[in-house]
Design a protein around this ligand. Structure first.
Ligand code: ZN
Ligand code: ZN
Length: 255
């Protein structure tokens, strides 16, 4: 059994749980401890049951909750050197810090994780290929451009977790200052619905059973726009598709 629970996704805070019968991995924690505990109880899991923490990059919406979380739950944490430095995480200081590098696979319990570099404006941002029990999950959120490497990593995934951050027109017409608009739409920002759709079109395969649309902006996107774009690619294929949000846990998918 491999189960995916997206507790929260987007610039208000990210926290994703992936579990087998024996291993429970938390990807990022950009939530207050109170909010995190509230959301995890909604998926019938407990904070104390989490075995490993993985951090994708150092933007606030991915790490805000990490210090307090680790203080209360000193568990093995997997993070790049750059991001660990930013967070001032030292080996042995809080839990057990394991440094990860692009393209070098490592195990967390029942899972094998392979990080790959994503173009994004943090010191280092990783997407992940996650494998367990013959299931492959391809995770790529927080990226400005989806290049060949991302496509080749995600191809053949049973579950695709892909960024659908904004609707370009909504972004253009938003009240964001011009530099912020340029940052979001830039090569190191976030994928639009249109770009997310293109990425899906290159990665969809007969193996694909589930798709999570990740990191939707609450200001410059809607669930409907994101889903509409995704379904232009999926047509009538029977695939579980969920547009994630930052308010309550998304529908779980269980392999
Ligand atoms: Zn983010
Ligand atoms: Zn980011």
């Amino acid at each position: 059994m491999v189960k995916i629970d997206v507790l929260s996704s987007g610039s208000s805070g990210n926290a994703i749980l992936i579990k087998t019968k024996k291993s429970l991995v938390l990807i990022d924690n950009g939530l207050s401890y109170k909010k995190f505990k509230e959301l995890i109880s909604m998926v019938n899991l407990e904070v104390g049951k989490i075995n490993y923490l993985l951090i994708t990059h150092e933007h606030d919406d991915h790490i805000k909750g990490v210090p307090l979380f680790l203080k209360n739950n000193p568990i093995p944490t997997f993070v790049s050197r750059n991001v660990a430095e930013y967070l001032k995480l030292k080996n042995g200081s809080i839990g057990l810090i394991n440094f990860v590098e692009a393209e070098k696979s490592f195990d967390m319990g029942d899972f094998e994780f392979t990080p790959f570099a994503l173009p994004h404006d943090a010191s280092e941002t990783f997407g992940y290929v996650i494998k367990s029990e013959g299931i492959k999950i391809g995770y790529a959120a927080d990226l400005g451009t989806a290049g060949e490497n991302t496509v080749s990593k995600l191809k053949g995934s049973n579950c695709l977790m892909v960024e659908f951050n904004h609707d370009l027109d909504m972004l253009k017409n938003s009240f964001y200052p011009e530099p912020i608009k340029l940052r979001i739409a830039g090569k190191l920002g976030h994928l639009s619905n249109e770009q997310g759709k293109k990425l899906l079109s290159k990665c969809l395969s007969p193996e694909t059973q589930a798709i999570y649309l990740m990191h939707l902006s609450k200001e410059t996107n809607t669930k409907e726009f994101a889903l509409l774009s995704a379904f232009e690619m999926i047509f009538d294929r029977k695939i579980f598709v969920e547009a994630t949000n930052h308010i309550y846990p998304s529908k779980p998918f269980i392999f």
